[in-house]
Design a protein around this ligand. Sequence first.
Ligand SMILES: Nc1ncnc2c1ncn2[C@@H]1O[C@H](COP(=O)(O)OP(=O)(O)OP(=O)(O)O)[C@@H](O)[C@H]1O
Ligand SMILES: [Mg+2]
Length: 380
Amino acid sequence: MYNKLYAAGSSKKSIDFSIFAHSFEKLIGIQYMITVNNLDVQFGKRILFQDVNMKFTPGNCYGIIGANGAGKSTFLRVISKQLDPTRGSVTLGPGERLSVLSQDHFAFDEHTVMDTVLMGHTTLWEVMSEKNALYEKPDFSDADGIRVSELEEKFAEMEGWNAESDAANLLSGLGIAEEYHYSMMKDLSGKQKVRILLARALFGQPDNLLLDEPTNDLDIVTLNVLEEYLRNFKGCVIVVSHDRYFMDKVVDHLLVFRGNADLKDFPGNYTQYRDWKEIQDQLEKEAEAARQPKQAPAPEKNNRPQNEQKKKLSFKERKEFEALEEEIPALEAEKAELETAMSSGTLSNDELMAKSERIAKVIEEIDEKTMRWLELSELA
Ligand SMILES: Nc1ncnc2c1ncn2[C@@H]1O[C@H](COP(=O)(O)OP(=O)(O)OP(=O)(O)O)[C@@H](O)[C@H]1O
Ligand SMILES: [Mg+2]
């Protein structure tokens, strides 16, 4: 079973994820997707992506991992049209909405919490703003009347009358009490802002959701809400994260950005990728050993062309890699224990504080060590 699953992974640049659609529901939704065609992104001489072709289908959550600077955020920026690619195109299904989790905690300071969330649905927000401005005009003309009725129709189609109550439900579900719904964003704490930005991204049930390192500033309660939301999400999610624990819970497919325009797709989560990589490395080593004639002298070191030589782990790096293989699961186990203790409801305030400080450190360490593991695993 494992082999079958992993056999589907490939290092081709042209990837059709639709073959992994699990159910009829997903299959009939196949026409709605993010399609990336012949994508190149280049900054100066540095090529980040070359001729990337992918289809992202609904009902699936795609995780992106890779070393710092590999191009993960750039890829999301191209998909959300915040950045034009050097070549190629990105298309969404007809009429589809795409929502991005904003990382800028100050961008909405001059808006109310409610407006910040409503603005997440840009089309609805534009219709609402134009409609309200027309109603406020002192010299309301016949032409304005016609325009307003068009806008009212669009507003009704988008179920605009439920927008505020939907937004309020989302906010309350993410732990923002009603008393804050009409406060100014600048008057809220950083922790509350993160939750509101998440509500903004989820508002109006977008068809596609892009999240760049969403777990970085999230507290555990909000993180649980996000995980639950993503597991039930019917659309397409693309998420960049260094948090392997989170990825394992939500991701169905992994894209590994290996640097130098090398992308690898993998039909599984982070842990499965690691297991697969270990097996692959072992198989490669065995194949290499089998290729070596028994008594033959070791080949001269520099007798291959430079570009055929794969950089290998030094002795020190190998030791570090092996240590990480033990440290990461231990930290993950500690994180799980801390989470259980913190949600037990039996801790005093001081204990809760101490544990939440510790868990923040543990998460940070997991992130750092996982990234390092990933870097070294490419050389192992
Ligand atoms: N507009 C730009 N102009 C020039 N270079 C850029 C631009 N945007 C990104 N880069 C470079 O492209 C590379 C990829 O950046 P990107 O932010 O996509 O990496 P990342 O994989 O998200 O890294 P991290 O894990 O640190 O978030 C980096 O070397 C970055 O400096
Ligand atoms: Mg990034």
